[in-house]
Write a protein that binds this ligand. Structure first.
Ligand code: UDP
Length: 329
């Protein structure tokens, strides 16, 4: 049995590949390296440079390797970019997923784990948000991911494919062993940006909005350590292989931190001060998005081991520093 991981050179995908190879799984990675890096891929995995929407390539790989599961990370993830270039998002996140699902069905690949997002909820009426909350994505990014959830549900009903769609909240931190981390160029993510500011890699940070209806006026998010997130994928895969039914589940800890709390944590943990400017809101940013993690805990027995903002920040700082020392960026 082998696992096909799309986007295995990316931030979350590369952590998943390490997790799987650590567990002794045979892993085939497909990544077009548009945003990912070949050096981030565990050497024990077979790496094929190519596109997850290339039906010929994926069909051949499924035929050549005894693939029983696809873990699908590849895709585009910038909300603002999705507003200005929506068709790219529907191509990369929806159309290519359709191809992959069709190939899985045709070849009898039974298990599919999909990277979905809290963006499918849009601005929740209240938080913590459960999976039964209304689905009102506010961007092409959120809609492109939700469409894939729907395709999976329909393909599962019609063809017996079994799947887990995991709705990520704010993923942060890096592999505690320092083997990979968030290496994305031009990141928009708060934890990485704050760490870069703390290490002098950028001139401080702008807080996007300080007039939200939240305790300190800045946006509140549920930051989940990437190691706990990939463990959720591994748990989901194990459950599917054991014959458990399909799962759509939030991945978050169920508690929120404001932008200013994150910034203060990064300053304290790094011991470095940096300039913080209060700026206008960023288009499309909800005030607060916090997960209710009850379903994934109940269904998979998922147990987070890194639910601690200081540890998330420590690992992110270590990785950011390692990137500089490795002369990566
Ligand atoms: N944010 C900020 N300044 C930045 C980047 C992010 O104030 O330079 C805020 C953003 O408005 C949101 C939170 O930090 O409230 C998390 O943003 P991020 O882009 O990390 O993730 P998102 O929640 O948008 O997926």
């Amino acid at each position: 049995m082998s696992v096909l991981v799309t986007g295995g050179g990316g931030y979350i995908g590369s952590h998943m590949v390490w997790h799987l190879t650590d567990a002794g799984e045979d892993v085939i990675v497909v990544d077009n390296l548009s945003t990912g890096f070949d050096w981030a891929i565990a050497p024990e995995a077979v790496f094929v440079e190519g596109d997850c929407g290339d039906a010929g390539l994926i069909g051949r790989l499924i035929g050549e390797h005894a693939i029983d599961a696809i873990v699908h990370f590849a895709g585009s993830l910038n909300v603002e970019e999705s507003v200005s270039d929506p068709l790219v998002y529907y191509a990369n996140n929806t159309a290519k997923s359709r191809t992959l699902i069709e190939l899985a069905v045709k070849a009898g690949v039974e298990h599919f784990v999909f990277s979905s997002t809290a963006a499918v909820y849009g601005t929740p009426d209240s938080y913590p948000v459960s999976e039964d909350a209304p689905l009102r994505p506010e961007s092409p990014y959120g809609r492109s991911k939700l469409m894939t959830e729907w395709m999976l549900a329909d393909a599962a009903a019609a063809h017996g494919l079994r799947y887990a769609a995991l709705r990520y909240f704010n993923v942060a931190g890096a592999d505690p062993k320092g083997r990979t981390g968030e290496s994305t160029r031009n990141t928009t993510h708060l934890v990485k940006i704050s760490c870069q500011a703390a290490l002098g890699k950028r001139d401080g940070l702008t807080v996007f909005g300080s007039d939200y209806d939240t305790p300190d006026g800045t946006g509140v998010r549920d930051y989940i350590h990437v190691t706990d997130l990939v463990a959720a994928h591994a748990d989901a895969l194990e459950a599917l292989r054991a014959g458990e039914s399909n799962l759509v589940a939030n991945c978050g800890y169920g508690r929120g931190f404001s932008v200013l709390e994150v910034v203060e944590t990064v300053k304290r943990v790094s011991g470095n001060d940096f300039a913080v400017t209060l700026g206008p809101r960023r288009a499309g940013d909800p005030a607060a998005v916090v997960a209710s993690p009850e379903r994934i805990v109940e269904r998979l027995g998922w147990t987070p081991h890194h639910d601690d903002l200081d540890r998330i920040v420590e690992s992110a700082l270590r990785w950011e520093d390692a990137l500089s020392r490795r002369n990566r960026h």
